[in-house]
Design a protein around this ligand. Structure first.
Ligand code: ATP
Length: 481
């Protein structure tokens, strides 16, 4: 969803700017993340960042709002800054007669608190564990390892711990970090020979919150560095909180020593919420966002979306946007309309996933007469490297898979290889007509494969919308069966 948003966002920017400007300034933007109200974008360098801030920030905000359906702040971060320890905004200053003091600005989202986390059977245990850690950091459970499916509140709970600690102890250094950022900073440190500085970076914090640790699987060097960081913090009695989409034992190619450390403290899982919890979450969200919506509509949404709280919230926000935009009341009819639209975009994503990286590799390999094993292997022979770059490019362009996922599908540790391949192919497309034709042709065939999958999905899903929305569910007695 987020990646679709970003593609559309870029498309809308392209429509609003001159081609040359788009090419030099905006086409190089990369999505870092979107949290509740901020869209964070990576910009090529500081010069580009200043240019955009000075002349185009209004445009970005406007397009972001239009594409996303509600207001988003736009934050730009240059590659240089991204490789700085931006989580640790240490502002050293000296006042008269005073010792040099450090002020620490945390990077937590203040909205993620225990107060607005709805507790139900599915997250009760993780919530209790998180609260215990927040009340007693470094002593209750260390590390606390929270795992669960997509959009179930892991980041919320983890950051609630940090916000709670900061509220009671504003001087504490609480750092939130995604595993991907840790990895990127390590790669940059290795490239620029700054590894010592990197090693020091996270070892003097009081609480380290590290999100999505499953991405460390298979990344040997990152695992080594994280192991040392973990040990330094643990030995100093500092709190570490980790989240993952799966338990430590299921993270592939995780070294035994890291796995056992992740299991030292407490492992708590979050399950998909039950119907009552979904209703409670929706009611709270409606209140927070000032959306007037009847209980019946709330229960209807809660009956349709069962396993992802982000989607649950998203449905409510989109409903509001749709109602404002089309001047229609928020009622069951509008839910039905919204949901049929949602359903078809979900189908498309499903079809895409099913077409998978393997199909793309096979199609490209066949066309360019290079075995898939060679595409996945280390050879740098010209024809093989060329085919590999094309396959990586198409995986990104058509499949929009994350760079890290494409890298691992081609057995590459470093996802910047994929970024490089994408840029290279873009250059070739622009300068060489035969490459352009080859890529267009392959893209068409991949899209045809996706359409074929879609047809299969549609025929098996069988009037999904009607079954769920067409008054066939008794929303007052909905259950999760
Ligand atoms: N129990 C809850 N009460 C209120 N809001 C919740 C709850 N659980 C999740 N949310 C909200 O749902 C959204 C998604 O949650 P969050 O980002 O924490 O999920 P996640 O498990 O970290 O997802 P991912 O696996 O994608 O990283 C957030 O806006 C969060 O505030």
């Amino acid at each position: 969803m987020v990646n679709n948003f970003f593609e559309e966002f870029l498309r809308n920017i392209r429509k609003r700017t001159k081609q040359s400007l788009f090419k030099t300034l905006f086409s190089k933007l990369e999505l870092i993340d979107i949290n509740e109200n901020t869209l964070r974008l990576k910009v090529k360098d500081k010069v580009a960042k200043n240019l955009i801030i000075k002349h185009h920030l209004g445009l970005l905000r406007e397009v972001a709002e239009k594409t996303y359906g509600r207001k988003l702040e736009v934050e730009l971060i240059s590659s240089e800054e991204l490789n700085q320890p931006q989580q640790l905004e240490l502002d050293l200053f000296k006042t008269k007669g005073e010792e040099r003091r450090e002020t620490f600005k945390s990077n937590l989202n203040p909205k993620y608190t225990f107060e607005n986390f709805v507790v139900g059977a599915s997250n009760q245990f993780a919530h209790a564990a998180a609260l215990a850690v927040a009340e007693n950091p470094g002593r209750a459970y260390n590390p606390l390892f929270i795992y669960g499916g997509v959009g179930l509140g892991k980041t919320h709970l983890m950051q609630a711990i940090g916000n709670f600690i900061l509220r009671n102890n504003p001087g504490k250094k609480v750092v939130y970090l995604t595993t991907e950022t840790f990895m990127n900073q390590l790669i940059e440190a290795l490239k620029s020979d700054n590894i010592q500085e990197f090693k020091e970076r996270y070892r003097n914090v009081d609480v380290l919150l590290i999100d999505d640790i499953q991405f460390i699987g298979g990344k040997e060097r990152t695992q080594i560095e994280f192991f040392h960081t973990f040990n330094a913090l643990y030995d100093a009695g500092k709190q570490v909180v980790i989240t993952s989409d799966r338990p430590p034992k299921d993270i592939p190619t995780l070294t035994e020593r890291l796995r056992s450390r992740f299991e030292w403290g407490l492992i708590a899982d979050i399950q998909p919420p039950d119907f009552e919890t979904r209703v409670a979450i929706l009611k709270r969200k409606a209140e927070e966002e000032g959306i007037e919506v009847s209980d019946k509509v709330i229960k209807l949404i809660a009956s349709i979306i069962k396993s992802n709280i982000r989607q649950l919230e998203g449905a409510l926000i989109k409903l509001k946007a749709k109602s404002n935009l089309e001047g229609k009341p928020i009622n069951e009819k509008l839910v039905r309309e919204l949901f049929s639209e949602e359903r078809s975009s979900e189908d498309r994503e499903k079809a895409l996933r099913e077409v998978s990286l393997n199909t793309i590799k096979k199609l490209v390999g066949k066309e360019l007469k290079v075995d898939v094993e060679l595409l996945e292997g280390p050879s740098r022979k010209k024809n093989i490297a060329f085919a590999r770059q094309i396959a990586m490019y198409l995986s990104k362009k058509v499949g929009n898979y994350p760079y890290t996922q494409i890298a691992s599908a081609f057995n590459r540790d470093d996802h910047t290889t994929v970024i490089h391949a994408v840029r290279k192919v873009e250059e070739m497309i622009n300068s060489d007509e035969s490459v352009k034709q080859l890529v267009n042709n392959l893209e068409l065939r991949i899209r045809e494969a996706i359409e074929r999958r879609l047809q299969v999905i549609h025929s098996t899903v069988d009037n999904y919308v009607d079954n769920y929305v067409d008054n066939k569910i008794d929303v007052d007695n909905s259950n999760d069966s």
